[in-house]
Design a protein around this ligand. Structure first.
Ligand code: NAD
Length: 515
């Protein structure tokens, strides 16, 4: 293994304070009422205490952003709202390294992935600024003479954004940049595992607001766990709850928001697969699969978890993928080190889930071909570094159908494309999918209505690493929401249909006569 000793938690705490200060956070929240802490998965140690919100202080935050929605933001012209997001984009460019530092510290991402996540924020800022002049409504021909029929899009209200630990800044920006140009105000409940990245983002947004003269109350962060998120879920002033996390979280949140006739947008778990056809370019398969399956230590919602390989090429594919994994075994460790490709799991829960899943897979007749061992336990007993694992499975058993948020890649075999699609779609989740093939008809079948049932369907590229320009999200247990690019903005606005009579007479629709 290449890594030396892990850094000292005290040193990491110093790095966190410096990055926060550079983002404009000079004081941590005080007197919120609930003791909390910022920790780092790099050592498993506590960086420093951070006060968390109580339900009462979260409720006050909702009241404040609701006030700024009704008193100012919804009436601010959209291109002027865009200036706030434009300024945020400038600050993100300036502080890319600082925010990436916090992402590495709290989520354990390797540097290039942490920087990539901040780049995604910058990209979405650019997208949202363009959008601020393109919130188009349609005009339709009216069936009545002297009438105009059209639709307009208006701001929705307060958006409650709840995010997961694994994309601690990008998911916030997908929601918040789009919501702000749409005229909404935002309360953000980040993962309790990543409070510092949230404070860093909020610090930069507040600087942007001061620079362009926008109200500070367009955005608030509330820190804490499910009980704080629950305030956003239940408060009628929160018009849209956009929640990213596990399917279990979505199942708890959705009925509560629905019961008060609120809107929700859910981005939940995935169980992503790639089909490898006999004609596939195996170089692409190996590179695409190893990155998709082991990148971010298997902790992406789009992580490749199943490789469904044609029987003619399965032995070759397995040999080459396992070879790639052997190389990864030398590159597990401190995510700050240049050579590291696999950082830590965020915590013990992921490690326990991985261990149990591997045990179950073995019991189901699976063969663990590589990986699965814990690393660096002696250096830091509370840090969870693992070797990414490849498991060849005789069938798609229950453990394969379950999202285990850790780096396990299950390999399954197929004979016909129909069988591959059936295996592919035979899981509860529907986020990201891919086919590797040189056969155009086969690729088209996979992309067609009878092919993959996911929200993201790729050809000759892995399942992870989406661009912000497309709508992001998935079907079935993944929750059905769409965020980021394309026309996802419509979820953050309300539509009004307008009929204008300029003809001086009042013909009724459908030829109805009355009086
Ligand atoms: P999690 O479900 O434990 O927590 C996610 C967020 O929801 C946290 O902020 C948490 O505090 C909050 N929360 C949990 N229960 C809640 C409740 N009852 N009411 C209100 N808020 C509640 O998820 P995690 O471990 O942080 O993240 C990993 C999961 O997120 C994986 O399943 C992954 O696939 C999924 N994820 C999905 C996407 C996507 O876009 N589809 C993106 C990232 C992560």
């Amino acid at each position: 293994m290449h890594t030396g000793a892990l850094p000292d938690t005290e040193v990491l705490a110093g790095r966190a304070r410096t990055a926060l200060e550079r983002c404009g956070v000079t004081r941590l929240p005080e007197s919120l009422g609930a003791p909390g802490q910022a920790r780092t998965p790099i050592t498993g140690g506590t960086l420093f205490p951070v006060e968390f919100d109580t339900p009462a202080s979260a409720e006050r935050a909702v009241a404040e952003v609701h006030g700024s929605f009704t008193s100012a933001w919804r009436d601010t012209p959209a291109p002027v709202r865009g200036q706030l997001v434009h300024r945020l984009g400038e600050l993100l460019r300036e502080h890319k390294a600082d925010l990436a530092e916090l992402v590495t510290l709290e989520a354990g991402k390797i540097r290039s992935e942490a920087l990539g996540e901040v780049q995604e924020m910058i990209d979405v800022c650019d997208f949202a600024v363009g959008l601020s002049r393109q919130l188009y409504g349609r005009t339709m021909p009216s069936e009545r003479p002297g009438h105009r029929l059209m639709e307009t899009w208006h701001p929705l209200g307060v958006v409650g954004v709840i995010t997961a630990f694994n994309f601690p800044v990008a998911v916030w920006s997908w929601n918040t940049c789009v919501a702000l140009v749409c005229g909404d105000t935002v309360v953000w409940k980040p993962s309790e595992l990543t409070p510092l990245t949230a404070l860093g983002c909020h610090g930069l947004l507040m600087r942007a607001a001061a620079d362009v003269g926008a109200p500070a109350d367009v955005h608030r962060v509330v820190l804490g766990g499910a009980e704080v998120g629950d305030v956003l879920v239940n408060d009628e002033r929160v018009a849209l709850v956009s929640a990213t996390g596990s399917t279990a979280m979505g199942r708890a949140v959705a009925p509560k928001v629905a019961a008060r006739m609120g809107r929700y947008l859910l981005e939940l778990g995935g169980n992503n697969a790639a089909v490898v056809a006999p004609s596939a370019d195996l170089d692409l398969v190996v590179r695409g699969s190893v990155f998709s399956a082991a990148g971010t230590a298997g902790q992406r919602c789009t992580t490749l978890r199943r490789l469904i390989v044609h029987e003619d090429v399965v032995d070759q594919v397995v040999e080459r993928v396992v070879d790639g994994y052997q190389q990864l075994r030398e590159r597990i460790g401190d995510p700050y080190e240049e050579a590291t490709l696999v950082g830590p799991l965020v915590g013990e829960r992921g490690h326990t889930a991985m261990r149990e899943a591997l045990e179950q897979a073995r019991a189901d007749g699976g063969d663990v071909l590589v990986g699965g061992e814990r690393r660096l336990e002696k250096d830091a007993e509370d840090a969870y570094y693992v070797e990414p694992a490849v498991v060849r499975m005789p069938a798609q058993t229950e453990v394969v159908r379950t999202e285990t948020f850790a780096p396990i890649l299950y390999v399954l075999t197929y004979r016909t494309l129909e069988e591959a699609v059936e295996l592919h779609n035979g899981v509860p989740q529907g986020l990201s999918s891919a086919i590797f093939t040189q056969d155009q008809a086969e690729a088209e079948r996979f992309l067609s209505a009878a092919g993959s049932d996911c929200g993201i369907v790729n050809v000759n590229i892995g399942t992870s690493g989406a661009e912000i320009g497309g709508a992001f999200g998935g079907e079935k247990d993944t929750g059905g929401g769409r965020e980021s690019g394309s026309d996802s903005w419509k979820a953050y606005m309300r539509r009004a249909t307008n009929t204008v009579n300029y003809g001086g007479e009042l013909p009724l629709a459908q030829g109805v006569r009355f009086l």
